[in-house]
Design a protein around this ligand. Structure first.
Ligand SMILES: Cc1cc2nc3c(=O)[nH]c(=O)nc-3n(C[C@H](O)[C@H](O)[C@H](O)COP(=O)(O)OP(=O)(O)OC[C@H]3O[C@@H](n4cnc5c(N)ncnc54)[C@H](O)[C@@H]3O)c2cc1C
Length: 396
């Protein structure tokens, strides 16, 4: 296998291409837009920075955010320092960085739209920019709206989220997430180097667009975000069901999918950048090892079993109740009253806590959490005093 065609030059395709070309393979990346401002928060968690340190070390403009604020449906707020910062890029900058690295490694990069992929013969045939091309293997990394589906099914409505948002030319330092009552999704405000990405995500088909825009506009008003020069965006995002993560075919004899196309997205948080990079990386490694068939199993071992677990609990997190109140509200309140719970959430937010061990950690520290909450409610001055001294002001 010498010639590889990659459809899509986003994080998944670009990193896969870089890895393959740097080991001498003949790689062409086709992207209809190349580096562009894809609708996205652009937030990279610690696990992405740890695996790909160039994302932090390079000179490209980015925002390093250390403080997060959670807001419950009832308006309770909890602000905390994350255990590791989140690095936030404008997507045009991030995609440009990744494509430049791919080109420097030897990839050919073509701005063209791929309209068909035929994997039935010995070699792959594809149509790019109206011209027939061939390759030994094709990587499909064309994102969530990908229509190129050799021998597999499209993601269904239950596997997708709709997102609406604005790019707002203003400066902020704090990352904010707001939950809504009885709502599977959330609102966010992610500060970037020279603007904010503000948005809302929700399961596809569960809420009319008008309702989502109403929530978004309320959020913008409540947070006092000045909207002069704001640009509206909308995009779909995979939010895969457990059965899809477990059962959907993502590879065949001469093709494989990576990133959003393979539904490699956290179904709770919508984090997809790390999984796009990692899946592109794992696919490249499987191809370099001469074992493309090992790719789905390696993906499962690396993260998709964890994402499957997350998919099973996603609905409960957003819609479930705990001690007579919404889980998301209790989460915000516990953040304010329990240092142990706050430590856990600091790790969750920075991406250093996986889902499968989260349950055990929650159970193990349940007793401590309750003692801390009780103490905080009975002796608020003691706890609040300590928090003020540490520069964290709870506002339950
Ligand atoms: C509103 C929103 C907010 C998000 N916020 C975050 C966040 O803060 N952090 C995070 O980790 N994740 C976030 N995500 C998820 C993240 O954007 C994706 O998971 C990530 O971009 C997936 O990368 P990818 O390379 O698989 O696909 P993409 O980034 O979608 O790249 C696909 C590329 O393929 C190209 N393409 C598509 N079709 C064709 C074709 N037929 N021919 C040629 N080229 C084609 C496109 O031009 C594009 O460049 C967010 C998503 C949305 C929608």
């Amino acid at each position: 296998m010498k010639e590889i065609a990659i459809v899509g030059g986003g994080p998944a395709g670009a990193l896969c291409g870089e890895r393959l070309a740097s080991r001498g393979l003949d790689v062409t990346i086709f992207d209809e837009r190349l580096a562009w401002e894809k609708p996205c928060g652009g937030g990279l968690t610690h696990k992405a920075i740890e695996a790909y340190p160039f994302l932090l070390d390079g000179s490209q403009p980015k925002k390093i955010v250390r403080t997060a604020e959670l807001i419950s449906g009832g308006g309770h707020r909890a602000r905390f320092e994350m255990s590791q910062p989140i690095v936030i890029y404008a997507r045009k900058v991030l995609n440009g960085l990744l494509l430049d690295r791919a080109a420097a490694a030897g990839c050919r990069i073509e701005r063209s739209r791929v309209t068909s992929v035929d994997t039935a013969g010995d070699s792959v045939r594809l149509t790019a920019g109206g011209e027939q091309r061939r390759s030994d293997f094709v990587v499909l990394a064309a994102g969530a709206r990908n229509q190129l589906l050799p021998e597999t099914t499209a993601l269904g409505a239950m596997d997708l989220e709709v997102t609406l948002g604005y790019f707002v030319p203003t400066q902020e330092e704090i990352l904010k997430v707001k939950f809504l009552k009885e709502f599977e999704g959330y609102l966010w405000s992610f500060p970037r180097a020279d603007h904010l990405s503000v948005g809302i995500c929700a399961k596809l088909g569960q809420n009319p667009t008008q309702e989502l825009r109403g929530h978004l506009d309320n959020f913008v008003r409540e947070e006092g975000i000045r909207m002069d020069g704001a640009q509206f965006y909308s995009h779909v995002l995979p939010s895969p069901e457990a059965a899809t993560i477990r059962g959907r075919r993502i590879a065949g004899k001469n093709w494989a999918m990576a990133g959003d196309a393979a539904a490699c997205v956290d179904p709770v948080t919508g984090e997809g950048l790390y999984y796009a990079l990692r899946s592109g990386d794992l696919l490249a490694q499987a191809l370099l090892d001469g074992q493309p068939q090992a790719y789905p199993e390696r993906l499962r071992a690396a993260f998709s079993a964890d994402l499957e677990f997350a998919a099973k609990i996603a609905r409960r997190i957003f819609r479930g109740n705990f001690l007579g109140g919404a889980i998301t509200t209790r989460m915000v309140q516990m953040l304010n009253h329990s240092p142990a719970f706050r430590d856990l959430m600091r790790d969750v937010f920075s991406g250093s806590q996986d889902y499968r061990s989260l349950k055990g950690r929650l159970w193990n520290q349940l007793g401590v959490t309750f003692v801390e909450i009780t103490r905080s409610l009975l002796f608020p001055r003691g706890i609040f005093g300590a928090q003020r001294a540490a520069g964290r002001e709870p506002q339950s």
